[in-house]
Design a protein around this ligand. Sequence first.
Ligand code: OAD
Length: 234
Amino acid sequence: MQRIFILTGAGISAESGLRTFRDSDGLWEGHKVEEVATPGAFAVNPELVHDFYNMRRSQLLTVQPNLAHHALVRLQRKYGEHLTLVTQNVDDLHERAGMSDVMHMHGELLKKRCTSCGVVSDCVSRIGIHTICDDCGHEGTMRPHIVWFGEMPLLMDEIHHQLMHADIFISIGTSGVVYPAAGFAEEAKRHGARLIEANLEGTDISPVFDEHIQGAATETVPELVERLVKEIST
Ligand code: OAD
């Protein structure tokens, strides 16, 4: 059976009601995203950074997975361990649709991490500068379990391994401007994968792909999944 590597970005969650970074011009309440999503910003103004993620966390709890998230679950049922899903998204919509083994390379909004003891735990409520770590008991050491600009994305060894062995690489709803994820398509191609991009519009890296499927993810992804499911049964 062929091995499929799927990379998703903010575009797959857009129709669930979560704004993409590009939609919002990279701005949040007048702040550049880079100014609230960096270790430096957290050091200087932790309240502002906590507010940014507290708002995003409470908004996430009001939205639902869409047809594109659900379609990928169908694909996982067919391909099983031959399918790898890496997401740049920090939402949990893939999981809520029923997907397992989702690799969150940029972290997860519904998790917090203690900067003192390093323990990662579930988090559905607000984090503040006085939040106490349930594990080590320290106060004010909790941060969102999010990879900020300038930090190393998670799970990179496993991701490179899967890219090396992919037969089909599919990119869904990502602008292809943030590295290292933006370089995954080329890496998979070097190892012989066929590349498919599904996006609302052409991206900076579209020319690298063998096939570009233009349109909204809730329409294009279910169609693509049907096609791939047929491919394995023929
Ligand atoms: P972007 O906001 O940069 O790009 C979203 C892409 O989705 C764009 O190319 C849109 O055209 C496309 N899009 C929008 N609506 C869509 C729809 N309904 N169907 C299909 N495509 C749609 O988001 P990402 O590429 O995910 O990193 O951004 C990558 C990273 O940059 C994020 O993970 C985040 C950000 O800085 C960190 O926070 C570390």
